[in-house]
Design a protein around this ligand. Structure first.
Ligand code: GLV
Ligand code: MG
Length: 304
């Protein structure tokens, strides 16, 4: 798809210099400096300045550099955007917009970004948008949101806010609610977000798992969205970074097999001019090529 890798997306409270410093050295594909829910109201202004300094200070390597602003219903949002883009727009790849409930939230951010880019002499349209889907209203509107702007790169599931929005009877974010044992409580929301994202050529990223010491449970939760096709997951701890990079990349065996399928199919359609071919016991056709291309693409991006 030509989009940036986002297997592991590291959450970093912009107001915490120790976490910001530590984040630079971690092997996450992407990070966001948080101005929203990890920052106390009294610290919002200082956090803006800290985010600008952290971006401008560099040292982030190849990571995708993003900032999560406050949502459009708050008094902070517009100043977050202006301060961050004016202060460090050249060092910023995308903004994360939380609690998106309608296409107009994204369109508003697109318009404001364009104004600030023009005023600051930045190339217009380079800074992307990631939209968090994290309540009932956002999920209801997800198709329209996915189509809202060419700046959109990613739809991100926000399980904590979403569980609160639905009145889910659980306090463990990202985990199955006790009492519901006949299925996966997140299947519907994950599939809707994923489908809307793919319909518009966007990435789909799963949200945080807050039990940071339980890496096995993180792997289980990440494995679920990775299996469906999600591109990555938010991470809060170095152990989660490592696990996400692994879980969201294909296994070596699958990757090798995908490359084999691509070679065999290219040979069959090119040299032999046939639309279907056998690879061992397996019949390959054009759809097999597309599936192999997804796995091979993810594997190449992961350096396999
Ligand atoms: C993330 O923002 C969440 O609400 O889970
Ligand atoms: Mg949230």
């Amino acid at each position: 798809m030509g989009l940036r890798a986002r297997r592991s997306v590291l959450a970093v409270p912009a107001s915490n210099p120790r976490f910001v410093e530590k984040a630079r050295g971690l092997d996450a594909d992407a990070f966001f400096l948080d101005l929203e829910d990890a920052v106390a109201p009294a610290e919002k202004e200082a956090a803006r300045a800290a985010a600008v300094a952290a971006l401008a200070g560099g040292g982030w390597g190849e990571k995708v550099r993003t900032v999560r602003v406050n949502d459009t219903s708050t008094a902070w949002c517009y100043r977050d955007v202006i301060a961050v883009v004016e202060g460090a727009g050249a060092h910023l790849d995308a903004l994360v917009l939380p609690k998106v409930t309608a296409a107009r939230d994204v369109q508003w951010l697109d318009t404001l970004l364009t104004q600030v880019e023009r005023a600051a002499g930045l190339p217009v349209g380079r800074i992307g948008i990631e939209a968090q889907i994290e309540d009932a209203a956002g999920l209801t509107e997800v198709e329209g949101i996915a189509a809202a702007s060419p700046r959109l790169e990613t739809l991100v599931f926000g399980p904590a806010d979403f569980m609160a929005s639905l009145n889910m009877k659980s306090l463990v974010v990202g985990e199955q609610p006790p009492g519901y044992d006949t299925g996966d409580a997140y299947h519907y929301v994950l599939m809707r977000i994923l489908t809307a994202a793919r319909a518009h050529g966007l990435q789909a990223v799963d949200g945080p798992y807050l039990q940071i010491r339980d890496v096995d449970a993180f792997r289980r939760a990440a494995g679920r969205s990775a299996a469906l096709g999600f591109d990555g997951k938010w991470v809060l701890h170095p152990l989660q970074v490592e696990a996400a990079n692994e879980v969201f990349a294909p296994g070596q065996e699958d990757y090798d097999h995908a490359e084999l399928i691509l070679d065999a199919y290219a040979h069959a359609t090119g040299v032999e001019r046939r639309g279907a071919v056998m690879l061992g016991e397996e019949m390959l056709d054009e759809a097999s090529r597309k599936m192999a291309l997804v796995i091979a693409g993810k594997g190449r991006a992961a350096g396999l």
